[in-house]
Design a protein around this ligand. Structure first.
Ligand code: GAR
Length: 228
């Protein structure tokens, strides 16, 4: 288990950090986590469940190929948002994860879930927060806006999730150069390869090994290592 401040408590002694990974699409970040666990860049960690809001998400195929329990909970299958939120929260509680990873999950989380899992939910965002983030900034749109603005450097951010959109404590960031002739698709691929697939596994490993704490809304280093 993790403490409220994000550090690992002794009660998880010897046990692995149990991840629930939420996805909506291709699942390349899920794959980076799977690969990180296999090649031991992520230690003391297991994926106990994958949840998708999209039945057609290729991420579900990736989970099935690895024998990871996966389920689809779509807002479309529920009468209203409240009913969806309830079902989603119940599924998460039933799985009982230590850490929830939003790996390209394009659904706004129920507030009850954010409050119940304070500093136990992380998100990967494809820009250097606070640039190109917040409502309406997701997926390819982030890169379209970065190119429109003409930035020379972009990147990715892993952060804890709070009640705002992309406003939680920042765990890791990595910069990526914008090159001449970039299209949103080319830039997205470079940001994924050079930043997202590096810092998301790294952040999980840091959390699993008690290297991160949150103080006054900011991620700080602990004596076992820290944010870089
Ligand atoms: C990733 O680029 C991720 O950073 C982004 O969605 C993509 C999912 O790709 N997330 C957001 O934009 C969240 N605001 P994937 O399904 O291949 O991991």
């Amino acid at each position: 288990m993790l403490k409220e401040d994000g550090t690992v408590t002794d009660s998880r002694e010897g046990g692995r950090l149990r991840l629930l990974v939420c996805v909506s699409g291709g699942g390349t970040n899920l794959q980076a986590i799977i690969d990180g666990i296999k090649n031991k860049t992520i230690t003391n960690t297991e994926i106990i469940s994958v949840v998708s809001n999209n039945r057609k998400a290729y991420a579900l195929v990736r989970a099935a190929e690895e024998g990871i329990p996966a389920l689809c909970i779509s807002p479309k299958d529920y009468e209203d948002r409240e009913a969806f939120n309830r079902a989603f929260l119940e599924a998460v509680q039933q799985a009982g994860p230590d850490l929830i990873v939003l790996a390209g999950f394009l659904v706004v989380l129920p507030e009850e879930m954010i409050a119940g899992y304070r500093n136990r939910i992380i998100n990967i965002h494809p820009s250097l927060i606070p640039s190109f983030c917040g409502k309406g900034y997701y997926g390819l749109k982030v890169h379209e806006k970065a190119l429109e603005r003409g930035v020379k450097v972009t990147g990715a951010t892993v952060h804890f999730v709070d009640e705002g959109t992309d406003t939680g404590p920042i765990i890791l960031q990595k910069a990526v150069s914008v090159e001449k002739g970039d299209t949103p698709e080319i830039l997205q691929k470079r940001v994924m390869e050079q930043a997202e697939w590096v810092i998301l596994p790294k952040a999980i490993d840091m959390i699993a090994n008690g290297k991160i704490a949150v103080e006054d809304g900011r991620c700080i280093e602990t004596d076992k290592g820290g944010c870089s």
